[in-house]
Design a binder for this molecule. Structure first.
Ligand code: WTA
Length: 654
């Protein structure tokens, strides 16, 4: 975050109360109601979660124990049997919701489709049977690399239905990144599309899959299922590749949901950390289902008549939890959009809100800042009066962006839920409940009932004025482990702050402070993770990509504040031998990173240098590089610097 943003957040005193009319009809109607729920959950968390699990979900068999907590490993609803696909589909078919729109899809260019619960159920059952016919069994992993089309949700639900954990890889990732993830989960099947639409261009997804699988690149993959979306010619490898629509045509629509153990693996989703390769975050069935269900219900205050729209991509956790599983488990109408605002159609978001009468809209601060730049005229020219609630996620929101969202999009009548959470937490952790909690621009406000959050120092002592965001008690949606690496799970999340009086603290990797009202203000990452337009990227991943280029000897990557993206990537690079850093080479290195990871990781800036600032023990002093990247004076202690001349030369170079 920039100094200016931090400054404006620290001085924020405005407060917005939920409109009385909103509170009257809300699931949680007042601050007292929230406080009561929070206290009840804190006093007896197992009773609280147990009661909710019983009320809100269908179980084939009830659990014996709500929580088995052997820190840092948790099991929720032990012995219970359920199926999230059943909870998202089948149970609505015996109610009036059978013919309600489950999924409204807006595609590019101009394609649309609506699936009722009955229709979605049918397609999911067929795809589940297709997977079975291809030999996929309970426990086998399936890779999903898709554009934002209904088939992405159908594929996820089909996997969940037969107990095959899915790994969705964001369609913007490169073939290399896809291959790494498919190898790590040992996928048997990949589901993809011939292509997808992104800003007026076709993304050649199938060609990327071919590249990832080339020369036995991912040994276990036996089948590739391809959705026909953009209709350009694609290579279909005989015996391996099959068309989705052909398989669906002959598949039976009868496929009962497999009763899954509550702790059976539901999905693995990769996310970046400060060290090493991206981590496969493991989520399991029962706890994740309950947590996404109840957070969706209370935070987005879903009503049966609502059209709900979350603009994330299903390739990220927000898409998993708040486009697919949470809304469908509630029997809601969830909208999915394949496109994004672009020069040729800058008002597309507002058109969709008007066209479908969207009531709840959930997006990212980076998108809001881009909307501001495009001007008030675009939203003002549309009728946005259907909106009753707005949400944000992904990074801290600066108060100016919050105010614009509130005024121009929400017409000063819609509460804003600024939701703090992570891939690892499964669902939203700190957030206003919109009918109950007064908001302050820039604050995610208070913890969800059942979440015991704190701001602590590295000894685990509460330090309200500024420290590390931590969670003190397990919750049903929490990640269970890192796929294949329980040790790394323990080290990364549970050992930064040592257990205090036998109590384990979950370390989120974010800096935060807590004000006198107990409101949380999340300030951003405290580790080597950069948040570019709400996308998490590890500096080390980008550095590895850079040094894999033959011209590069060493690379250090840092974030610098960016008005639009939140942060931008700056790479300091030393070159092999006597090569000189040309503009052409800068371009080439940027292209190389895109090829290795994907366009989201393209450095905004590459600076060549003859050496990197290091300590005498050889550690790169990133703090100094961060100062340099953002054009600030180098601050703090530089006495451990091995060669002080490096700093001067870097300054001159800039
Ligand atoms: C950041 C996205 C401030 C934070 C759901 C976190 C936020 C990381 C907020 C997780 C928010 C997310 N205010 N910061 N409301 N929401 N973050 O795993 O740094 O992609 O650790 O999950 O995004 O990113 P992830």
């Amino acid at each position: 975050m920039s100094e200016a943003t931090i400054e404006s957040i620290l001085q924020e005193t405005r407060r917005f109360h939920p409109p009385a009319e909103f509170s009257q009809n809300a699931h949680i109607k007042s601050l007292e109601d929230y406080q009561h729920l929070y206290d009840r959950a804190k006093a007896d968390p197992q009773k609280f979660w147990g009661e909710l699990a019983e009320q809100e979900l269908h179980w084939f068999q009830k659990w014996d124990t709500v929580l088995d907590w052997q820190p840092p490993f948790a099991k929720w609803f032990v012995g219970g049997k359920t199926n999230i696909s059943y909870n998202c589909l089948d149970r609505h078919l015996t109610t009036w919701r059978k013919n309600k729109a489950a999924l409204i899809w807006e595609g590019e260019p101009g394609d649309t489709r609506t699936l009722t619960y009955a229709q979605l159920h049918r397609e999911v059952c067929q795809m589940a049977n297709v997977l079975k016919q291809l030999g996929v069994q309970k426990g086998d992993r399936v890779g999903i690399y898709m554009p934002m089309i209904p088939e992405a949700a159908i594929a996820m639900l089909a996997c969940a239905r037969i107990g095959a954990p899915h790994t969705v890889v964001f369609g913007g990732f490169s073939a290399e990144a896809l291959r790494d993830r498919l190898i790590d989960v040992q996928a048997r099947v990949v589901i993809t599309a011939d292509g997808g639409w992104r800003k007026d261009a076709i993304v050649p997804l199938k060609a990327q899959v071919d590249k990832a699988l080339a020369n036995g690149g991912v040994p276990g993959v036996e089948n590739v299922i391809v959705v026909r979306r953009t209709e350009q010619d694609v290579y279909m490898q005989p015996g391996r590749d099959r068309w989705w629509h052909e398989l669906q045509q002959t598949a039976s629509a009868d496929c009962p949901a497999e009763p899954m153990d509550s702790e059976d693996l539901l999905f693995i989703l990769y996310t970046s950390g400060s060290t090493g390769k991206p981590k496969g975050v493991v989520h399991t069935t029962g706890g994740y289902n309950l947590y996404t269900h109840i957070t969706t219900k209370w935070i987005f205050d879903l009503q049966d008549t609502d059209v709900y729209w979350c603009t994330a991509d299903v390739g990220w956790i927000t898409g998993h939890s708040y486009i697919v599983y949470g809304p469908l488990s509630n029997g809601a109408t969830t909208l999915m959009y394949e496109g994004a605002p672009r020069a040729s159609n800058p008002g597309c978001m507002w058109d969709i809100i008007e066209k479908h009468g969207v009531n709840v809209f959930y997006t990212a601060p980076t998108a809001i800042r881009a909307f501001i730049k495009m001007g008030d005229d675009l939203p003002k020219a549309r009728n946005l009066s259907s909106l009753r609630l707005l949400g944000t996620v992904g990074e801290p929101i600066n108060p100016e962006a919050w105010m614009w969202y509130y005024r121009v999009i929400g017409g000063e009548r819609c509460p804003i839920v600024d939701t703090w959470w992570q891939t690892e937490t499964g669902g939203i952790m700190i957030t206003p409940l919109p009918g109950a909690i007064p908001t302050k621009p820039g604050s995610a406000t208070l913890p969800f009932p059942g979440i015991i959050a704190d701001v602590v120092d590295l000894e685990g002592n509460s330090v309200a004025e500024g420290g590390y965001l931590a969670v003190k008690y397990p919750w049903p949606g929490m990640m269970r482990t890192i796929y294949g690496d329980p040790d790394r799970f323990r080290r990364t999340y549970w050992e930064h702050i040592p257990p205090k009086d036998g109590q384990y603290l979950y370390f989120a990797g974010d800096g935060a402070r807590c004000d006198k009202d107990g409101y949380f203000w999340v300030m951003g990452r405290v580790d080597d993770v950069i948040n570019v337009s709400g996308h998490r990227l590890g500096t080390m991943e980008i550095e590895s990509a850079l040094v894999s280029h033959p011209a590069v000897a060493e690379a250090a990557v840092v974030g610098k504040p960016d008005e639009l993206k939140g942060e931008d990537i700056v790479a300091f690079v030393t070159l092999e031998g006597t090569q000189s850093g040309t503009e052409e080479l800068q371009k080439e290195l940027k292209r190389h990173v895109v090829q290795e990871i994907g366009a989201i990781a393209r450095p905004g800036e590459i600076r060549f240098t003859d050496a990197l600032p290091k300590t005498r023990s050889g550690k790169i002093m990133r703090r100094l590089l961060r100062n340099l990247a953002s054009g600030q004076e180098v601050s703090g202690d530089t006495s451990t610097l091995e060669d002080r001349g490096v700093l001067d030369r870097l300054r001159e170079g800039a």
